[in-house]
Structures are given as C-alpha cells and as structure tokens.
Design a protein around this ligand. Structure first.
Ligand code: MN
Length: 342
C-alpha cells in the first residue's frame, strides 16, 4: 500500500500525559459542572458542549452553565438550548468543575463568584498562553488553535464513537478561533482535525451559514457605523475603534460579537496593531481588545491591565471612562509599536 502523504498528528508528551490524566479523572467522578469564560464564544461554548456530549456517552451526568449562557450566535450548536446562563441555574452539588477556554478562574465571572473554589475540584482545560493555572488539574497547551481541539483529543482518547453533535461543536470551535482558518494559529494539526471532523458528519457550509450568514439589517447598519469611525495613528501603524453605549442607542442594536470589527481594522494595509475599546454595561469598565502582527506581543500589552489571551489576539478590562481608555490605551499601544521594527 502506498504510504500516506498526510503528516501524522503531533501531540506533545506533556499533553499526551494530561489527556490520560483527565480521562482517568472523568472515569472516577460522576457529576460535573461544565463551564467556560463569560459570554462564551464559539470556542468556549463549543468546547463545553462537545465535552458535555462526550460525558453523556461515558454515562456521566453534567450540566453546562456559563455566565450569559448560550449567546444567540451559537444557538445552532447541539445542546445549546439547555445551557444555563448564571448562578441561578447551578445545581447544588458537583463532584468537579471543568472550565474550558478560560485563562483565569475569575473569567467565569458570576459562575466562579458563586462557587466555593476551595471545596471544589477544578479541571482547567485551555490554550491561552497567559492561563493562570488555577485548577487542581491544569491542561494548558497554547499549541492548539482552539480549545475545542483539546476536547477532540479527549473524545479520541476516551474510546467512544464520535457523533455528529460532538463533531459539529468541535468544528465550530476551530472555525471561530482560527478566523475561518486564516489566523496565524492555523496549523497542519488544525486541518487534520477539521478533516477528521468532516468524517463524522460535519457540514462546513451549514456551520458557516449558521455562524456568518444570519445577520439582521440592524447589525449591518451597526457595522457600517463602526467602520465609519475607525481612527489611525499618524504613521498608520495603529488603528482603533471605540464602541460606546451611545452608538448602541443611536442604532437601536447591540454589537454582539465584536471580533469582526477589530478584524476589519486589522485588515487595513499597514496596520500592525488593531485596538477595540468597548464601553460595557458596568460604568467605569471598558473592554479592550488587541490584534497584532507577528513580533508584537499582545499579551504584553494586555498584562498591564491584568488581561491576557494569545500573542496575536489579547484582551483586558480598563477601569475608567471610555475617553480615558481611548487616550491611555491608544497612546501606550502606539509607543509599544514604535519600539518594534516592522
Ligand atoms: Mn479559544
């Protein structure tokens, strides 16, 4: 038989050992809370649901609860209709908590705030380089393009037969976290995993339509407003947008997932760092995101504000007004970029 031209999967020895540890842990316990970072995105929610489906196959009980629940964009995911949205949805007792795609315990926000961390066994599964290793078991591997790929490793190692539900959830994690296979985290491994998932009934076109072709006219009008407000540093190397509550009122819509806006800024020729500043519902709290070119460490920019993420995509919370945030963050970013040769 001809030798396969496909490269083999690569999994680090450390991750291989963690997969085994996590599966052993699952087998020894019974009732799990499955959670992820606040306002769970495609990767966080897809990971939680894929893992929930895996647990079901293993005969285990689990409940998925994340702060703000299943956001409208991801309600096509199998199982999303049963996702809890806050502390009021938590059951009384769990033998363990699994967190996915969350760099810190606090990023579960109202969920972690409502749970007694000390009395709970926490398993932390994540691919953020800035992860704080807050779990009793920590499987952190930034080489994965999506946290969902880590769940896929667990599925394969657990010896269950993957089904379309699991495959759809995992595929969604990859599509969303790689920017539809376009970001620098897209690897051979990413495509090998995607190919495997297709073999279990994933329909890429259907997932793409569910994720990117369900927009309302109001959302597009909002995007138009945002695009009209992009600002640039003098040398054009830093581009940014500010999303205020006032803009939401003016357009009568909410921005939803803001990843797209910042990606538009980053798509402009010459822009080495894109910044997004978004007023939150909490006064004095501004959400900041960065997207950077290779060689510019977004985690370094975010860590000053106790944020984190990935080198090319990071975020933090700024305490102050939106105007202060714009002045301070943009200036710091411009200074930071100046020090790094293109
Ligand atoms: Mn992720």
């Amino acid at each position: 038989m001809a030798k396969s031209l496909l490269p083999p999967h690569k999994l680090s020895p450390a991750s291989k050992a963690m997969v085994k540890k996590v599966i052993d842990f699952v087998r020894k316990n019974d009732n799990f809370l499955v959670s992820g970072h606040v306002r769970s995105d495609g990767d966080a929610l897809g990971s939680q649901l894929a893992f929930h489906h895996l647990l079901k196959k293993l005969g285990k009980k689990s409940q998925v609860v994340c702060d703000q629940g299943a956001l409208p964009d991801y309600r096509f995911l199998p199982g999303s209709d049963k996702v809890g949205a806050g502390p009021e949805d938590l059951a009384k007792k769990y033998s363990a908590v699994f967190t996915f795609d969350s760099g810190s315990w606090e990023r579960l926000e109202r969920i972690s705030a409502a749970l007694p961390r000390k009395g709970l066994t926490v398993v932390n599964v994540d691919h953020h380089a800035s992860n704080e290793r807050f779990g009793d078991l920590n499987w952190v591997d930034p080489s994965f393009s999506a946290c969902g790929e880590m769940v896929w490793e667990l599925v394969k190692a657990a010896g269950v037969k993957p089904d379309r539900n699991i495959a759809t959830c995992v595929y969604t994690t990859i599509v969303t976290d790689t920017g539809r296979f376009s970001f620098s985290n897209t690897t051979t491994e990413t495509h090998l995993n995607a190919a495997e998932l297709l073999a279990f009934g994933v329909k890429p076109g259907e997932i793409h339509n569910a994720l990117y072709r369900q927009r309302t006219k109001e959302q597009l009008a909002f995007l138009a407003e945002v695009l009209g407000r992009i600002k640039f540093s003098e040398d054009g190397q830093v581009g940014w947008i500010v999303i205020s509550k006032e803009l939401e009122q003016k357009t009568g819509t909410t921005p939803g997932d803001t990843q797209e806006y910042i990606d538009h800024v980053k798509s402009i020729k010459g822009v080495r760092v894109a910044v997004l500043l978004k007023e939150t519902d909490e006064p004095g709290k501004v959400k900041v995101s960065w997207r950077t070119n290779a060689g510019i460490d977004g985690i370094a920019l975010a860590s000053k504000y106790k944020g984190g993420g990935h080198p090319r995509a990071s975020g933090a919370t700024f305490r102050g007004t939106l105007e202060e945030a714009e002045r301070v963050i943009v200036d710091e970013t411009i200074q930071f970029v100046k020090g790094i040769p293109a």
